[in-house]
Design a protein around this ligand. Structure first.
Ligand SMILES: [Zn+2]
Ligand SMILES: [Zn+2]
Length: 416
């Protein structure tokens, strides 16, 4: 359920990286050029991506995408395919020698929106579009699996290629795969998300610690007592109660959360009343809350609940509150981040690796940390519309660098 639109707005407004957006050409690999680079099926990666793009499926409905991925994986040597959830697929590559187990994750779902590009391979499905780039994630990881499947003799350990369903829709697909038990024994998880308006093929290393935000949502019904607008003493005005709650909630970030800790409390909905001379009997509020640590997440939830409870009591109203946690924040591991950076620089050169700013969006990749440390990174895809925009496109010249970085990260992790 990544809200990359928010992320991209943040990134656009953040200036310091804008200089990088001007060089949108992939300058190619100037450094080492290991022989395996020749084995990257660059054209196939584009074919796979276009097929998936043209045939998008919504979260939890990735039946055909899952089948397609399974067939492609089965066409590679040495890969065992398992289905940990109805529409998820994992390819497992066991190296010639024993060692650690490393997982790379791609997500496969599309979004409920009408594509507005004029691509020759635009979506054939009405109101379904790959506007978050998960088609590219899937194709790049297939390219990585294809390349590594020919290097089994050189591998020490096991690689899991995770093709995950339903990233865009909480509770998300990651938790299904984790609960299936299929990932027991994985020592490290990596993931890579495409990011427009960064140079095509440049890999962005997200911060250590919080790399994205946790998002919680609440829905609140304030139940007052309706009355004539001229007889307020006979009613309990839910609008006055709601206004007091909205004002008091502003103090959570400004007075309770430690200064400097990124936290947002946004009341996105406040609806009540139909007529100017009637005191309504109910008011509806809804909010989204973004935090980056478990401690603050819990603290903010507690304060919000206290404020709502006490203010409604003070005004003689009652309430119904639904507080819904969605994805936690991705917590990038320091050692894995350093590893990803070193490998990416090693294969792409340092001019094609940059420090990406924290995503203010949320991602269910965060859940894999329940099993092992994680590192999430970005892949620049050139100038264009934001993720989740109907005009979103991917500069396909970026995909080869995505495969190169993924292969190198896996090789280095297993063979170090
Ligand atoms: Zn998304
Ligand atoms: Zn996404």
């Amino acid at each position: 359920m990544i809200k990359l639109l928010l992320l991209l707005l943040t990134v656009f407004l953040c200036g310091p990286l804008s200089a990088q957006t001007k060089q949108s050409k992939n300058t190619g690999n100037k450094n080492s050029n290991p022989t395996w680079v020749k084995n990257i099926p660059a054209e196939d990666v584009i074919t796979w991506r276009r097929h998936i793009h043209q045939n998008p499926e919504l979260s939890f409905n990735e039946e055909n995408t899952g089948k397609y991925v399974e067939e492609v994986l089965k066409s590679f040597p040495n890969i065992e395919v398992i289905r940990p959830a109805k529409t998820s697929v994992i390819g497992i590559l066991k190296g010639a020698k024993p060692g650690k187990t490393v997982a790379f994750r791609a997500d496969m779902d599309a979004l409920p929106m009408q594509e507005e590009t004029d691509l020759p391979f635009k979506s054939k499905a009405e109101n379904v579009m790959h506007s978050c780039g998960h088609d590219a994630h899937t194709a790049v990881l297939l390219g990585t699996a294809a390349t590594l499947s020919k290097m089994q003799n050189q591998l020490k350990g096991t690689v899991y290629f995770i093709f995950q369903h339903a990233e865009e829709s909480p509770p998300g697909g990651a938790i299904d795969i984790i609960n299936s038990g299929a990932l027991k024994g994985v020592d490290a998880f990596f993931g890579m998300h495409v990011l427009p308006n960064f140079p095509a093929g440049h890999v962005g290393i997200l911060p250590v610690g919080a790399a994205s935000t946790a998002q919680d949502v609440f829905h609140l019904n304030i139940i007052g007592k309706g009355s004539h607008g001229s007889m307020p003493h006979l009613g309990i005005d839910p609008i006055v109660v709601g206004a007091a709650i909205v004002s008091a909630l502003q103090s959570v970030v400004s007075r309770n959360v430690e200064p400097g800790e990124m936290t947002v409390v946004t009341i996105g909905k406040f609806q009540s009343g139909d007529a100017f001379n009637v005191i309504a009997d109910r008011a509806e509020l809804a909010a989204s809350i973004r935090t980056t640590t478990d401690k603050t997440r819990k603290q903010v939830e507690e304060r919000i609940k206290e404020i709502i409870d006490n203010i409604t009591k003070a005004y003689g109203a009652t309430y119904e509150l639904e507080y819904v946690p969605t994805y936690p924040a991705i917590q990038n591991d320091e050692a894995l981040n350093a590893h990803a950076r070193k490998s990416a620089v090693g294969i792409l050169g340092k001019e094609q690796v940059f420090d990406a700013p924290m995503m203010t969006a949320s991602e269910d990749f965060a859940y894999y940390r329940k099993i092992a440390p994680v590192s999430f990174m970005t892949l620049g895809i050139g100038d264009g519309a934001a993720n989740h925009n109907p005009k979103f496109t991917v500069d396909e010249s970026a995909l080869q660098n995505g495969v190169k970085a993924q292969v190198q990260i896996i090789l280095d992790y297993l063979n170090k």
